[in-house]
Design a protein around this ligand. Structure first.
Ligand code: GNR
Ligand code: NI
Length: 172
């Protein structure tokens, strides 16, 4: 296992539309393991491959509480096949937009179809924070970051601050 480097806005890679995975083989499983390690170390509750500069449609999620047992989810080629009419609002953050949060409204629950760690097709209904996280990660696979839902003024301000923080953190 190895921890990977997470890229930040405004890296143009984050605007990439990721490519479907043909088959979950041992190379893909290795990548999923590395992504999970990277996500736990960050720490975060989700990670899309494009955040570690790999343009493949795969995400990892673990929204279990800190005190509970870990419960990782591996979703390859995830697709929302149903969404609830009911919406909910969460204060979202993103490992590629460190230290910024914004209220984002999304369907409260979604049914997702995906290939699992063993290359088996699965369908599952998620709600609560997991539903928000799954949609946030699928957005990444389509080149969308949560700040894209904010006004251009707000987004530009956030991107500038993230850029500055990144530059200041480089030790000369
Ligand atoms: O760690 C994360 N927390 C989070 C909180 C609310 C809504 C979405 C998320 S996902 C984020 C990790 C991340 O950037 N995934 O792409
Ligand atoms: Ni994110």
């Amino acid at each position: 296992m190895s921890k990977l480097n997470i890229i930040n806005v405004p890296d143009p890679l984050l605007k990439t539309i990721s490519t479907p995975v043909a088959r979950v083989d041992s190379d893909i499983r290795q990548m999923l393991d590395d992504m999970l390690e990277t996500m736990y170390a960050a720490p975060g509750i989700g990670l899309a491959a494009i955040q570690v500069a790999v343009a493949k449609r795969m995400i990892v999620i673990d929204t279990s509480a800190e005190e509970d047992e870990k419960s990782p989810l591996f979703l390859v080629n995830p697709e929302v096949v149903w969404e609830s009419e009911e919406h909910s609002v969460y204060s979202e953050g993103c490992l590629s937009v460190p230290e910024y949060y914004a209220d984002i409204e999304r369907p409260a629950s979604v049914r997702v179809k995906y290939l699992d760690y063993n290359n088996e097709m699965q369908e599952t209904l998620v709600d609560g924070l997991t539903a928000t996280c799954v949609q946030h990660e699928i957005d990444h696979l389509d080149g969308v970051v949560f700040i894209d839902y904010l006004s251009r003024l707000k987004r530009n301000m956030i991107v500038k601050k993230v850029q500055k923080a990144q530059k200041d953190s480089v030790v000369l």
